[in-house]
Design a protein around this ligand. Structure first.
Ligand SMILES: Nc1ncnc2c1ncn2[C@@H]1O[C@H](COP(=O)(O)OP(=O)(O)OP(=O)(O)O)[C@@H](O)[C@H]1O
Length: 567
C-alpha cells in the first residue's frame, strides 16, 4: 500500500482516544523532560544512600541497620498502598491539555469562517468547556497531592527521624551491639589510656559517634525522602510513557499492516470487509488508470460506498465523476492515492509522484513561504533551481490562470505573506491551477477545484490543460462541466448492488439529460415571470410612473395594437 496517513489518523484517533491531529508532540516533550529529571532525582539520592548506609553499618552495627531497613520497608509499603494513581492522572491531564490546545489551533485556522458565521459564542463555549475540563482535572490532582504530600512528609520526616535516632543511640546504651568502627575506636582508647579516665573517654567517643550517626541519619532520611518523592514522578513518567508507547505501537502496527477495526452498525446482508484482510492489489507504473472489481469501502470496513467498480481511464479519457453528496466520489480518489485500502480487486495506476497524478482539492492549501513557493508547491526553491526553470516561466503560468497581475500587486515572486488571507477564494483556486501547469502531471483530479472560478476563466483553464495533454478527472455536480469530458461516472446511481454507471458523455442520453436539466431550470425561472410582471406593474402604479403596463401575451398584443392605432 502506498500512503498510510489516513490509517495512521484513524488508528491514532481510536487508540489514543483523541483527535488524530492532537498535539502528541507535547506528550513526547513531557516524556523527555520527566526522563531527563529522573536521572538527577534518582542518581544523587541512590549514591548518598549507598555511602551513608555503609558508614552507618560500620558505626551502629548490622542490628541497627536491620531496624532502619525494616522501617524503610514498612514506610514504602504504606506509601505504595496510599499513593494515588499519578500515572493515570498524568496521562489524562496530557489528553485534556491536547484537547485544549487543538481547540485553539482550530480557532486560529478557521477564524475568518467563524467570524462570518458570527460563531464566537459557540466557539467560546467549546474553549470554555475544554478549559474547564482541564482545570477541573488539574485541581483534582492538586487536591490529591496536598493530602498525599502532607502524609508523605509526616511519614518520611518524622517516622524516619524517630527510628533513626533510636538506632543511632544503640552504641550509646548497648556498646556490645555497636558497629565495627565504634568497637575499634574503643579498643584503641583501651589500649592507649589504661587508667581511671577511660570511662569518660569512652563516653566522649560514644557521644561523638552519636552526633556523627545523627548527621548520617539526617542525610540518609533526606536521600530516602527524595527517593520516595521521585516515586510520584516515576508514576507520572509512566503515564507519559504510556502515551508515547501507544503512539509508537500504533505506528509499528501500521508498518506491519495491522489495523484496529472500528466497526459500527452494519446493515444486514452487507458484505463484511476486514481491514486486516486486504486482498486487493495495487499495481504501479501503468499508462492508464484501471479499476477491476474494486469496492470503495470506508477504512473501518463497515460502509460500502461503491460496489465493485470497473472503470478504465486511458490517457485522453477526460472523466467526470458525479453523484449525490456522500455517495463516495472523493473516496474513489482516496483509494487511487492509497489513503484507503483496496479491499478486493486490482487497481492499476501510474507511478507515485506529482508528475504522474496530481490532486487539486476544493479547499486550497497555501503553504508558508514566498509567492513562488505557492506556485511550485509541493516543490521547494531548491527543487525549482535544480529543475532549471525560471521566474519567467512562472509569470507565463500565472498568465494561463489569469493571475498575471498578482506578482506586481504583492511585491514580486519573493514576497512572503499570509497567503490564505491575501488571496480571494477564486484566486486561491487559480493558484492551485497554476501548480497544475507548473508540475504538468499526466493525470489531474479536480475535486470541485474550480467552483469559485468564473465560468469563462474555468473554460480557458480546462482548455489549456487539455491542450497540454493532461488527462482530467473532475469530481463535480455541475452539468456545465460536462463539455470538457468524454466519460461520465455516476456514483450512487444505477441498479441495486452496483450503484455506479459509466457513460460516454457524447452519448445522446447524457447530453439530453444535461439539456433536460437546463430546460427544467429555465422553466423554473419562466414560471416566476408572470408573478414578476405583476409585481413590476404594482410598483409602477404605486410610483405613478407613466410607463406602459407589462402583462401576459394578450395584454402585450393589446398594447402593441393601441400603439399602432396611436401612430
Ligand atoms: N475516514 C473515514 N472513515 C469513515 N467514513 C468516511 C471517512 N471519510 C469519509 N467517510 C464517509 O464516506 C462517505 C463518502 O464520502 P466522500 O467524501 O467520498 O463523499 P462525496 O461523494 O465526495 O461527497 P461530496 O459531494 O459531499 O463531496 C461519507 O458518508 C463520509 O461520511
Amino acid at each position: 500500500m502506498g500512503n498510510n496517513n489516513y490509517f495512521k489518523a484513524i488508528n491514532l484517533d481510536t487508540r489514543l482516544g483523541n483527535t488524530a491531529d492532537q498535539l502528541i508532540t507535547t506528550d513526547v516533550k513531557r516524556f523527555c523532560d520527566a526522563l531527563a529529571s529522573l536521572y538527577s532525582n534518582l542518581g544523587k539520592p541512590v549514591l548518598d544512600i549507598v555511602i551513608f548506609n555503609y558508614q552507618l553499618v560500620r558505626n551502629i552495627g548490622s542490628r541497627g541497620m536491620y531496624g532502619i531497613l525494616a522501617s524503610y520497608i514498612v514506610t514504602a509499603t504504606i506509601m505504595k498502598a496510599i499513593t494515588p494513581p499519578f500515572g493515570k492522572l498524568a496521562a489524562e491531564e496530557a489528553r485534556l491539555e491536547g484537547n485544549f490546545r487543538i481547540a485553539h489551533s482550530r480557532l486560529i485556522t478557521n477564524a475568518e469562517e467563524i467570524a462570518f458565521y458570527n460563531g464566537s459564542e459557540m466557539e467560546k463555549t467549546i474553549l470554555d468547556r475544554t478549559y474547564s475540563q482541564l482545570i477541573k482535572h488539574i485541581n483534582h490532582i492538586y487536591k490529591i497531592r496536598i493530602a498525599y504530600n502532607m502524609f508523605e512528609d509526616f511519614l518520611i520526616k518524622y517516622s524516619w527521624s524517630a527510628v533513626g535516632l533510636i538506632m543511632a543511640s544503640i552504641p550509646v546504651f548497648f556498646p556490645e551491639y555497636a558497629g565495627s568502627a565504634q568497637i575499634e575506636r574503643e579498643k584503641i582508647l583501651d589500649k592507649n589510656n589504661a587508667g581511671s579516665d577511660i570511662l569518660d573517654l569512652k563516653q566522649g567517643s560514644r557521644t561523638q559517634g552519636f552526633i556523627t550517626n545523627k548527621r548520617l541519619m539526617v542525610g540518609l532520611a533526606d536521600a530516602g525522602g527524595r527517593l520516595m518523592y521521585s516515586y510520584k514522578e516515576l508514576s507520572e513518567l509512566a503515564g507519559f510513557t504510556f502515551r508515547v508507547y501507544s503512539m509508537i505501537q500504533v505506528l509499528e502496527d501500521i508498518n506491519e499492516q495491522k489495523f484496529v477495526q472500528t466497526s459500527g452498525m452494519k446493515p444486514e446482508g452487507e458484505e463484511v470487509f476486514d481491514i486486516n484482510k486486504i486482498e486487493g492489489v495495487t499495481e504501479y507504473g501503468h499508462e492508464g488508470l484501471h479499476f477491476k472489481n474494486i469496492p470503495i469501502v470506508t477504512p473501518s470496513g463497515d460502509t460500502v460506498l461503491v460496489k465493485d467498480l470497473n472503470v478504465d481511464i486511458n490517457p485522453g479519457d477526460h472523466i467526470m465523476v458525479t453523484g449525490p453528496n456522500g455517495s463516495g466520489k472523493t473516496s474513489i480518489l482516496r483509494v487511487i492515492s492509497g489513503l484507503w485500502p483496496v479491499f478486493r480487486g486490482v487497481l492499476k495506476r501510474p507511478s507515485i509522484g506529482i508528475n504522474e497524478i496530481m490532486y487539486i482539492p476544493q479547499r486550497p492549501y497555501l503553504s508558508i513561504g514566498t509567492l513562488r513557493d505557492q506556485i511550485i508547491y509541493p516543490h521547494n526553491f531548491e527543487d525549482f533551481q535544480k529543475s532549471g526553470r525560471t521566474d519567467k516561466e512562472l509569470f507565463s503560468i500565472l498568465k494561463t490562470v489569469y493571475l498575471d497581475y498578482i506578482p506586481e500587486r504583492e511585491g514580486g515572486m519573493n514576497a512572503v505573506k499570509v497567503w490564505k488571507d491575501v488571496f480571494s477564494g477564486g484566486e486561491k483556486q487559480r493558484i492551485q491551477m497554476a501548480r497544475l501547469f507548473y508540475h504538468h502531471p499526466r493525470y489531474v483530479v479536480l475535486d470541485e477545484a474550480t467552483s469559485a472560478v468564473s465560468p469563462d476563466v474555468e473554460a480557458l483553464m480546462y482548455g489549456s490543460a487539455q491542450d497540454e495533454g493532461i488527462t482530467i478527472i473532475t469530481i463535480s455536480h455541475r452539468p456545465s462541466l460536462f463539455k470538457y469530458h468524454t466519460l461520465l461516472l455516476k456514483v450512487g446511481e444505477g441498479e441495486k448492488g452496483k450503484n455506479w454507471i459509466l457513460e460516454s458523455i457524447s452519448s445522446s442520453n447524457t447530453l439530453i439529460e444535461s439539456v433536460d436539466t437546463e430546460i427544467k431550470k429555465i422553466e423554473g425561472h419562466l414560471s416566476d415571470v408572470a408573478e414578476l410582471k405583476e409585481r413590476l406593474n404594482e410598483i409602477n402604479r404605486e410610483l405613478k410612473l407613466n410607463v406602459p403596463l407589462v402583462g401576459n401575451d394578450d395584454d402585450d398584443k393589446e398594447l402593441k395594437h393601441a400603439k399602432r392605432t396611436l401612430i
